[in-house]
Design a protein around this ligand. Structure first.
Ligand code: GLA
Length: 479
């Protein structure tokens, strides 16, 4: 969305001469040959670009594996409001590079997922009984006062999915908001509801057969369950709208409970490494299974461009799970299942290096040796030769939005993106990393947008940033 999309459309192809076509393909940084292997790892907290150079918009997501490929479903968002904009489907062989497949479920002409409604947390499972793919979601009004769980079905995994309306239990809709899904080893499907409710689906996955577990606590939003051996782990968040909190979990040896409340998923105070859980994907390999926490780092109003994903490896030991460290970049082998932390960037340029970094506008030396600015349009620019560039900065309570652009040697903008430098607590972290580019000369610019992420919930509580600050710790370059 924020990359100048260099994909050639059919009309252009038809009217383009072969010589011009070759020129266009070689001058575009996301030509087909370059798209492959653009990312070598899972990078949390930065925008990801898909095979067409558009930002990956799949929030409140889930992943299912089908015939050796991973399919990611999530909420598509806009940068202006929270209206349902469709559920997206992407696919990947390696969990690093995502191909945009379709809008799996578009905005409906009218009804519960029609214009100016809310659609959240799509979860897809394949029904073993019918072979159909069934998607579940939270449908609501923009003010969150008409919630219920709906479902949609498709013959093919990528869709299009046909919206079927409410999922019924005893003939009545489930009027609840945050939901998740879980498929057990025996193929039975379950719907999870905030507060800890669990419902078992009927054999055709199109209605609820049984209430398995009643509400056990208040809050406990964004519910997700995974199973290792005979233990079920039930993860959820506190109720703080899109603001992050310390997510926690319960364990049990049966979905019926009794569930035992355990502790936080990540070290207390990290606010689940600044994210909210949505799903756990077991990456099953020949050597081990890595349980991957999938979580959202929301950013209202710029949920399309500036909200990112936090995917981390969960350490599991008996009834205890944790994400003790935040891995900015890591690899997981889809063959062996083994996870490995990797380093970001080959060469680091410190913010004081005036030979490489040109500042414009008012910048100051700040806490933790970062340089920061909060004046609109203040910027820093780096001219470099290489294949990839990124930067780290201080995300903080007064952090705002930054505009990131990349120009080629001819001065043409080939990438433009908005990132969010807000965090409720100050933390030095990777904020941006470009896709891999053809080796060449580029100009990288980051500027203060003069806007910030903030919002209020339906109880009129105010959340988000108190300033527009953008800061730079280091620029990293790959040659
Ligand atoms: C919580 C929920 C999200 C969304 C927001 C809206 O974060 O988990 O799915 O509904 O609230 O405030």
């Amino acid at each position: 969305m924020h990359v100048i999309n260099l994909r050639l459309n059919t009309a252009m192809k038809a009217s383009t001469t072969p010589a011009l076509l070759v020129f266009l393909l070689t001058s575009s940084f996301l030509s087909l040959a370059q798209k492959q292997g653009a990312y070598n790892a899972i990078y949390s907290g930065i925008p990801w670009f898909d095979d067409s150079g558009n930002v990956v918009s799949a929030h409140g997501a889930c992943i299912i594996q089908d015939k050796g490929r991973f399919y990611l479903f999530g909420e598509k968002h806009s940068d202006t409001n929270n209206a349902f904009a469709g559920f997206t489907c992407y696919s990947s062989a390696d969990l690093y590079n995502w191909k945009f497949e379709h809008i799996a479920l578009p905005v409906q002409a009218s009804g519960k997922l029609g214009p100016n409604r809310v659609g959240e947390r799509p979860k897809v499972m394949k029904c073993p009984g019918t072979g159909e793919y069934v998607m579940y979601m939270h449908a609501d009004t923009l003010g969150y006062v008409d919630q219920y769980v709906g479902y949609a079905t498709a013959k093919n995994i990528t869709g299009p999915y046909t919206f079927r309306g409410p999922l019924l239990f005893d003939g009545k809709p489930v009027r609840k908001w945050d939901m998740g899904s879980f498929q057990d080893k025996d193929g039975a499907g379950y719907i999870l509801i905030h507060g800890g409710e669990i419902y078992k689906l009927s054999d055709d996955y199109k209605s609820i057969a049984e209430s398995v577990n009643k509400s056990m606590t208040s809050g406990f939003e964004a519910p997700a369950i995974f199973r290792k051996d005979s233990i079920y782990y039930f993860l959820g968040s506190d109720l703080t709208s899109w603001e992050r909190n310390d997510n926690y979990y319960f364990t049990a040896t049966s979905l019926k409970g009794p569930w035992t409340k355990r502790s936080f998923i990540a070290p207390e105070g990290t606010l689940t490494w600044n994210s909210q859980t949505t799903f756990v994907l077991p990456v099953v390999g020949s050597k081990e299974t890595t349980y991957m926490l999938m979580a959202d780092r929301w950013s209202f109003p710029k949920q399309a461009s500036a909200a990112t994903y936090v995917w981390q490896m969960i350490t599991v030991s008996g009834t205890s799970i944790s994400v003790p460290l935040y891995w900015e970049a890591w690899q997981v082998s889809t063959t062996t299942g083994v996870a490995t932390r990797v380093k970001v960037g080959e060469r680091a340029i410190e913010n004081a290096d005036k030979k490489y970094i040109a500042y414009s506008g008012k910048w100051q030396n700040d806490t933790l040796s970062v340089r920061s600015a909060n004046e609109k349009d203040a910027s820093f620019t780096v001219k470099f030769k290489g294949t990839q560039i990124g930067f780290s900065g201080l995300a903080r309570p007064d952090g705002g939005y930054a505009r990131v652009t990349l120009q080629n040697s001819k001065g043409k903008t080939i990438l433009s993106s908005v990132i969010d430098m807000y965090c409720k607590y100050p933390v030095l972290t990777l904020k941006f990393l470009s896709p891999v580019l053809p080796k060449g000369n580029y100009i990288f610019t980051v500027s203060v947008l003069g806007e910030r992420g903030n919002w209020s919930d339906k109880r009129k509580n105010i959340y988000g940033s108190k300033g527009n600050v953008v800061s730079l710790d280091k620029v990293t370059i790959n040659e």
